[in-house]
Unconditional design. Structure first.
Length: 389
């Protein structure tokens, strides 16, 4: 898989959002023209399933990529948990949690620890499911307080501990006989768990998430095998590349998706405007703005973005509707050109998970990989089970 990703990285690494002229556009001009000509319906179909159109075989290694993402389904023939257990947990989150709980094997009396527990929904459910105590580690005191109140009210043997899992003393919770679980722990939070587990020898059940949430700009593989392969194939990953692995979203409500599209169109409209004003044809990144805080008008957004970058916009003379329309048109182009990258999202994610699995195997673990639920429930459905030998 390393060779496959490395040999095509010139196509999937450049993000169309940042380029008015993609570096690969001339070498793959027929692919570019085909994607830009897609109507909205076919574009949406390919967004939902990048492997849907066989015509992409003419330019891209679709068969090899599809084969590289096969993982066993672990969620078949599961019985539902009691409805009462889902109290105070969102519907979709509960179904994810329910599917995850069925994958955790626990020996009688085995210490059970949830890493990055939040309010302890997972640990609380596991305590009920296995009828034994659990501990949840969470650094935010308010979440600990609320989660503990909920557990006490329901009579669940859960203890939430305020703990920064990035701190050195977090390792004290990972005893060799413990089962440690983490559902969608982000970036450095789950890699910290892996490194501490390799020292302690505890059992792990983990669904990683948000690989790009890391302090490092460049990705250094965790495993020796991963480092050797990246050197062999000159395969270099940076934080923006890691974000591609989790770019797929199928769970957001329609209103949220629409607001996300508006934010992206406005960012692209502002980008075209700033290129014109600065006479410098280069993307100018501006900070992310929470969708709930998006200004009401494109004009206000542009003034906000300009302020963030120390730019001043003229009080008059700008045809705001023109630049906003250009932003929406650019968004249509970007969405279509992104489809070429979408084929590489899941292979890249699995490559990152395999690096983590190899790291644990090199530390003496037996590791199993699979998917714990359908992707429609969450695209971050890869499960890693690791038992110390």
């Amino acid at each position: 898989m390393t060779e496959l990703l490395a040999s095509w990285q010139a196509l999937w690494q450049p993000a169309p959002f940042y380029y008015r002229r993609l570096p690969w556009a001339e070498d793959f001009s027929a692919l570019r023209d085909y994607l830009l000509a897609l109507d909205d319906r076919d574009c949406a179909r390919l967004e939902q399933d990048p492997f849907a159109f066989s015509v992409l075989h003419d330019w891209l290694p679709v068969v090899d990529l599809a084969e590289s993402i096969r993982l066993p389904a672990l969620f078949l023939a599961q019985s539902p948990l009691p409805n009462a257990w889902s109290a105070h947990v969102g519907g979709r989150k509960w179904r994810q949690l329910e599917a995850f709980v069925h994958q955790i094997e626990l020996s009688p009396g085995q210490p059970l620890v949830e890493w990055c527990a939040g309010k302890g929904h997972l640990a609380r459910t596991l305590s009920r499911f296995h009828d034994q105590p659990a501990v949840g580690l969470e650094w935010q005191p308010e979440l600990c307080r609320l989660g503990q109140q909920l557990a006490d009210r329901q009579g669940v043997a859960l203890r939430l501990e305020q703990q920064d899992v990035m701190a050195a003393d977090a390792a004290g919770w990972l005893s060799p006989d413990a089962q440690v679980v983490a559902l969608h722990a982000c970036g450095d939070l789950h890699t910290r768990l892996l490194k501490q587990a390799a020292i302690s020898g505890c059992d792990l059940t983990l669904a990683p998430c948000c690989y790009q949430r890391t302090a490092d700009d460049a990705y250094r593989p965790l495993s020796r095998s991963g480092r050797e392969l990246t050197e062999q194939y000159d395969f270099r990953l940076h934080r923006d590349d890691l974000a591609l692995a989790v770019q797929e979203t199928v769970t957001a409500p329609k209103a949220v998706r629409r607001q996300r599209e508006q934010a992206n169109a406005w960012r692209l409209g502002f980008d075209l405007l700033q290129r014109e004003m600065r006479d410098h044809d280069e993307y100018l990144p501006v900070p992310s703005l929470a969708y709930g805080r998006l200004p009401e008008h494109f004009t206000d957004f542009c003034h906000w973005a300009a302020k963030q970058k120390g730019l001043s916009l003229p009080a008059a003379g700008i045809d705001w509707s023109y630049w906003e329309a250009l932003g929406w048109r650019r968004l249509g182009e970007v969405k279509r050109l992104e489809l070429a990258r979408h084929l590489f999202r899941r292979p890249l994610e699995i490559w990152l998970v395999l690096d983590r699995a190899l790291f644990l195997e090199e530390a003496g673990y037996h590791v199993e990989l699979g998917v714990f639920c359908e992707r429609e429930l969450t695209p971050r459905n890869i499960l890693m089970k690791a038992m110390s030998n």
